[in-house]
Design a protein around this ligand. Structure first.
Ligand code: F6R
Length: 634
C-alpha cells in the first residue's frame, strides 16, 4: 500500500516522478505528492485525490530538480487531507516519504514534542522529525557520515513496518532508501556516453513495474537494509552500518506490458489476456500430455515423499483460488490438507513441521499477512512454496521454492488474470505432487493435460461474447427514479455454487462488491436454506454456477428453491444444458470441459458481468474506493 518513487541523476526528476506515480497509483490513491531538492531548498507539492490532481497543480508551478521523490497514499494514520499527504518534512533538514505503519509513533511524537511542531496527523511525520533530530545530533558530534549515522540511530527507535525514502537538504546529490517489512526496489541506468560519460541515474520504487520505462536492472532491497542512491552509484548497508554489495537482477517484463493499450481499463485488458495466461502457464510444463514441473521445483524426491500435510494459505482472491486447489489436492494427492486465510493462520496454534508442504499464494508476493504466515510455517520447519506472479517479491525471496504464475504484470486493482494463472498453476502443481508421490493416475494426467491445452481457446470463446454479458449487466444494473430517489433494480446478489463452483461463487461476489459497490454474498448452494434464503425475493437475483459436473442435479434443486421465492435466476452452465436454461431467467453458456477445470471457464463471465456492471454505474474500475492492490500492512 502506498506507492513510492525516487530519482537522482542529471535529468529533471519531476516528469520521472509523475510517470512513476501514475504507474504506482494502483497501490493507493487517497492523495499524491512530490518533493524536489533545488538549490538546497526543498520544494513540495501535495494534494488529496488522485495523481491527476497533482498534475493539475504542477501546471501552475515551475518545479524542477534533478533529485526528487513522489508518493501515492493509502491512508492509515490521519484522514485524507492535503496536509496528511506525503512528503513530510522533519525540521529544516529532512524530507521523507513512507509506506507502512509506525507502531510507536505516539511515543516518538511525545519525545520530540518539545522540539518540533507537528502539523499532520500521520505517523510518518514523526519519523521525518526523528531523523532530523538524529541528524542534528550527528552533526554536533562531528560524525564522518552524518546522514547514514542519523538513519542508523533513527531506525533503532522505530517499531513497525516501513519503506522510507529520505532526502537531506545539505546533500543534493543523493537520497536514502530504508526497508523494514515494506517492499522497496532500487534500479540504475548508465546515461549514454553522449549525455554524461560515466554518470549514473538511480531510481527507487515500491514496485519494479514503475521503473520499467527506465530500467529493468534492479535490486530488491532486503529486510533491514539501507541504500544510498547517488549519481556515483548505489551503496548498501545493514541497519548496524556494515556495508555490503548487491547484485542487480534483470526483470523480464517490459514497459509495453504495463500500458492499457486500446482498452478503457486495465481490468478489461487483463480479463482479455486470460487465454494467453493459460498458454504461458502450461508452456514447457505440459509436454505430450504429461506434467513436468522439474525445472520450476528442484525438489528432492525423498523429501516430497516425507510430506504428510499440505497447508495452503492466502488472502482474498488468492484464497479463493486456494479453495479450488484444495479439491485438486484431495483428488490427486494423499496429503492431509488445510486451507486458511493468512490473517487467521498466522495467529493460530498451527501444527506444521518438517512433514508439511506449506504453500503461500500471493499474486504480488507482498501481502503482509501472507508473508507473516510464511515466516511462521518456516520457523516451524515446513517446506515453504510460493505461488506468485512476482519473482523478485518478498515472498518469492523468502520461501524454499517458487512456482511462478507467468501472468505478466497485473495493474487493475481487482485480480483477474492472476486468478486464472493461479487456477492453472494449481492444477499443474497438484498433479505434479501426485505424480511424484505415486498417487496420480496416468489416465487423469492425460485427461487433464490434454484439456489444459484446449482450455485457452474455450476461454477466448467466452471472451468473444462479451456483448452478451454487457447486456446482462445493463439489465440488472437498471435503475428507476421515484420522487427524486434512485432505486437500483437489484438490492443485492446471491451467488451460489457447489464444490469448486462455491469458490467461484465467492470470487464472483467479491468482484461485484469491490468494483461495482453492490452487496453480493456467496453461499455454498446446499447451505442456502440454513439462513440466506430469507433474503430472497424478486429484487434479489441469484447467480448460479451450474456447469455439467457431478453435483449439477443438486445445484438445480437449489436453483428451484430460489426460483420458488421469486428471485430472478442468472445461470452459468455448460453448452447444451437446456434444463438449467429452462429454470433460469438468464443463462450464459460456456464450453464443456473436465469437471476439475470448470472454474477456469465459469469465472470469466462473472468477471465480465462485474466489469460491465461497474462500468454502467460509472465506478472507477481500476481504482475502486478504499482499496489498494498490494496490502502491505496488517
Ligand atoms: C481482489 C484482490 C484481493 C487480493 C488480495 C491478496 O480482487 O485482488 O482480494 O487477491 O489482496 O493479494 P495477493 O494475491 O497479492 O496476496
Amino acid at each position: 500500500m502506498c506507492g513510492i518513487i525516487g530519482y537522482v541523476g542529471s535529468k529533471d526528476s519531476v516528469n520521472i516522478i509523475i510517470r512513476g506515480l501514475s504507474a504506482l497509483e494502483y497501490r493507493g490513491y487517497d492523495s499524491a505528492g512530490l518533493a524536489v531538492l533545488d538549490n538546497n531548498e526543498f520544494k513540495i507539492l501535495k494534494k488529496a485525490g488522485k495523481v491527476a490532481e497533482l498534475e493539475k497543480m504542477l501546471e501552475s508551478t515551475s518545479l524542477s530538480g534533478s533529485i526528487g521523490m513522489g508518493h501515492t497514499r493509502w491512508a492509515t494514520h490521519g484522514g485524507v487531507t492535503d496536509i496528511n499527504a506525503h512528503p513530510h518534512c522533519g525540521g529544516d533538514n529532512v524530507v521523507l516519504i513512507h509506506n507502512g505503519i509506525i507502531e510507536n509513533w505516539m511515543e516518538i511524537k511525545e519525545e520530540l514534542s518539545g522540539d518540533y511542531a507537528f502539523i499532520s496527523e500521520t505517523d510518518t511525520e514523526t519519523a521525518a522529525c526523528l531523523i532530523d533530530k538524529t541528524y542534528k545530533d550527528c552533526i554536533e558530534k562531528g560524525e564522518n557520515n552524518p546522514t547514514l549515522e542519523a538513519i542508523k540511530a533513527a531506525v533503532q527507535k522505530i517499531r513497525g513496518a516501513f519503506a522510507f525514502v529520505v532526502m537531506f537538504r545539505d546533500y543534493p546529490d543523493r537520497f536514502y532508501c530504508i526497508r523494514k517489512s515494506s517492499p522497496l526496489v532500487v534500479g540504475c541506468r548508465h546515461e549514454s556516453a553522449k549525455e554524461a560519460a560515466g554518470k549514473f541515474e538511480a531510481f527507487c520504487a515500491s514496485d519494479a513495474m514503475a521503473l520499467l520505462h527506465y530500467t529493468a536492472d534492479v535490486v530488491y532491497m532486503n529486510e533491514g537494509e539501507i541504500a544510498e542512491l547517488s549519481v556515483n552509484g548505489i551503496k548498501f548497508w545493514d541497519f548496524s552500518g556494515v556495508e555490503h554489495e548487491r547484485e542487480t537482477i534483470h526483470i523480464d517484463w517490459n514497459y509495453g506490458m504495463v500500458e492499457k493499450g486500446n482498452y478503457p481499463h486495465f481490468m478489461l485488458k487483463e480479463i482479455n489476456e486470460q487465454g494467453t495466461v493459460l498458454r504461458q502457464t502450461i508452456d514447457k510444463r505440459v509436454i505430450d500430455n504429461q506434467i513436468d514441473l522439474s525445472s520450476d521445483l528442484k525438489w528432492d524426491l525423498e523429501q516430497v515423499k516425507s510430506w504428510r500435510k499440505l497447508h495452503i494459505v492466502a488472502c482474498g482472491t488468492s484464497y479463493y483460488a486456494s479453495l479450488v486447489a484444495e479439491r485438486l489436492a484431495e483428488q490427486f494427492t494423499d496429503l492431509e490438507i488445510r486451507v486458511d486465510i493468512a490473517s487467521e493462520y498466522r495467529y493460530r496454534n498451527i501444527r506444521c513441521g518438517a512433514d508439511t508442504l506449506a504453500v503461500f499464494v500471493s499474486q504480488s508476493g507482498e501481502t503482509a499477512d501472507t508473508l507473516a504466515a510464511e515466516r511462521l510455517a518456516k520457523s516451524k520447519g515446513a517446506h515453504c512454496l510460493a505461488v506468485t506472479n512476482v519473482k523478485g517479491s518478498s515472498l518469492a525471496r523468502e520461501v524454499n521454492s517458487i512456482l511462478e504464475l507467468k501472468a505478466g504484470p497485473e495493474i487493475g486493482v481487482a485480480a483477474t488474470k492472476t486468478f486464472m494463472g493461479q487456477l492453472a498453476a494449481f492444477s499443474l502443481l497438484m498433479m505434479w505432487i501426485g505424480k511424484l508421490r505415486g498417487t496420480l493416475c496416468k489416465s487423469d494426467e492425460t485427461r487433464i493435460c490434454a484439456e489444459l491445452t484446449r482450455l485457452p481457446y474455450k476461454v477466448e470463446s467466452i471472451l468473444s461474447r462479451q456483448d452478451e454479458l454487457r447486456l446482462l449487466a445493463e439489465k440488472y444494473a437498471e435503475t428507476t427514479s421515484r420522487y427524486g430517489i434512485v432505486y437500483e433494480r437489484s438490492k443485492g446478489f446471491l451467488f451460489i455454487g457447489r464444490g469448486n463452483e462455491f469458490a467461484i461463487a465467492l470470487e464472483g461476489a467479491l468482484k461485484l462488491k469491490e468494483i461495482a459497490y453492490v452487496h453480493a454474498e456467496a453461499y455454498a448452494a446446499g447451505e442456502m436454506k440454513h439462513g440466506p434464503i430469507a433474503l430472497l425475493d424478486s429484487g434479489t437475483p441469484v447467480i448460479t454456477l451450474a456447469p455439467a459436473d457431478s453435483l449439477l442435479e443438486k445445484t438445480m434443486s437449489n436453483i428451484e428453491e430460489a426460483r420458488a421465492r421469486k428471485s430472478p435466476i442468472i445461470s452459468v452452465t455448460s453448452e447444451g444444458n437446456n434444463a438449467v436454461k429452462s429454470i433460469s431467467e438468464d443463462c450464459f453458456f460456456i464450453s464443456r470441459t473436465e469437471e476439475e477445470l470448470y472454474p477456469m471457464l465459469t469465472v470469466v463471465p462473472l468477471q465480465l458481468f462485474a466489469y460491465f456492471f461497474a462500468f454502467i454505474k460509472g465506478c472507477d474500475i481500476d481504482k475502486p474506493r478504499n482499496l489498494a492492490k498490494s496490502v502491505t500492512v496488517e
